[in-house]
Design a protein around this ligand. Structure first.
Ligand SMILES: [Zn+2]
Ligand SMILES: [Zn+2]
Length: 383
């Protein structure tokens, strides 16, 4: 009994019992068939002898609870696309039994899976390559504050996953895909000869290596289903608008033990009514009065998500002067913070009345000799 037999032979079919047949049912059916095809009762009949061997072989496995379980598992593993191998395999089995059965190898030597597949290991068959999951692209919009401090956001993603009903085999429940006879499970066939031989996907199985006779009603035989999942994704602090960040291993699942793909998230950041952003620094424009700008003073400045800070405005501050509040900016990768850049904007009152008007008129008289445009005209003439 070779490994190939173990996988290709349908012991349930041989005995004519359903896959979920009870031990009693199997025993009863076996006894009936064994009597019918026993060599003693069919002297010289080679067909009956063959049949008797098959029945005995099937019963050997199915009557042993442990071996039956292993057999069922082996067949369902096989059905799970284990056969889809690299190109050009001609009759070589391309799946990684080393991984699948390492747990039961050498287990007792009484016909366990390890023994059964022994022959298969030694064929030097090509091993199916683990396939890395694909990368996934998505977008997310963060508020200004979330981008500054970092945020954990839920991301809903749809991706292709194995069909749940058939576990990705594509076969209707209770049936198993069979190895494609054309490509013997490799999924590829060679055309032409010698140096001109071309390897192309097998047409009979469309490159899957397996043929599904009774397709699963959910996925119609493809074995794939789109699934939606919601993931909590940590967006690091300090992310910029339109930045694309890579989250390693958060993409689509790999196949056959392959690494998962990566998730790329393009981040959009909403603007803030007060604060702006320049790399690690936050920006804010603060109005100041003419007397504050001229005489200097202390101004109170709001910060993002924190208590306000007081800054010293030097006397004679020009409109547009930028002050710096250290450590009140955006969080950096290392946890430190940038600065808050405070730009002063001298506000001109729309209307001036009463004492303010009187004071301002007095100020005008007091400074009448200072012509703010004198330097301008000197420079214009000199040029
Ligand atoms: Zn094929
Ligand atoms: Zn399905």
């Amino acid at each position: 009994m070779s490994g190939k037999d173990y996988v290709e032979k349908d012991y349930y079919k041989v005995l004519g019992v359903p896959k979920d047949a009870s031990a009693t049912e199997i025993k009863k059916t076996y006894r009936k068939l064994a009597r019918e095809f026993h060599p003693d009762a069919n002297k010289g009949d080679t067909k009956a002898e063959e049949r008797f061997k098959d029945i005995s072989e099937a019963y050997d496995v199915l009557s042993d609870e442990k071996r039956r379980k292993e057999y069922d598992e082996a067949r369902s593993l096989f059905a799970n696309g284990g056969f889809r191998g690299g190109p050009g395999g001609t009759g070589s089995y391309s799946f990684d039994f080393g991984d699948l059965f390492s747990g039961s190898q050498g287990g007792g030597g009484s016909g366990g899976i390890g023994d059964v597949f022994g022959g298969l290991f030694n064929r030097g068959g090509r091993q199916a390559q683990p396939r890395r999951g694909s990368d996934v692209e998505t977008e997310v919009t963060l508020s200004f504050e979330e981008a500054v401090d970092g945020a954990t956001v839920p991301l809903r993603m749809t991706s292709q996953a194995p069909c749940r009903l058939c576990n990705g085999t594509g076969a209707k429940s209770g049936t198993t895909p069979r190895v494609c006879p054309t490509c013997v499970g490799s999924g590829t066939v060679s055309r032409g000869q010698g140096a001109f031989a071309l390897s192309e996907p097998c047409r009979d199985c469309r490159g899957r290596g397996m043929i599904v006779d009774d397709p699963c009603p959910d996925c119609h035989g493809s074995g794939r289903a789109s699934s939606a999942r919601t993931m909590q994704v940590r967006i690091p602090a300090g992310v910029q608008d339109a930045q694309r960040i890579r989250l390693k291993g958060k993409g689509a699942q790999g196949e056959r033990g392959g690494q998962p793909g990566d998730l790329y998230v393009t981040v959009h950041v909403d603007s803030h009514p007060v604060f702006g952003r320049k790399a690690d620094n936050l920006t804010v424009t603060v109005p100041v009065t003419f007397p504050e700008a001229a005489l200097g003073g202390t101004i109170e400045v709001p910060t993002l998500n924190g208590p306000s800070v007081k800054l010293k405005l030097p006397p004679g501050s020009a409109n547009g002067l930028t002050l710096r509040a250290r450590g009140k900016g955006a969080t950096r990768k290392d946890g430190t913070r940038g600065d808050l850049l405070v730009t002063v904007e001298v506000v001109v009152p729309q209307t001036v009345t009463g004492d303010a008007l009187t004071a301002l008129e007095q100020y005008r008289e007091a400074t009448a000799s200072d012509d703010p445009r004198a330097a301008l005209f000197r420079a214009a003439k000199g040029a």
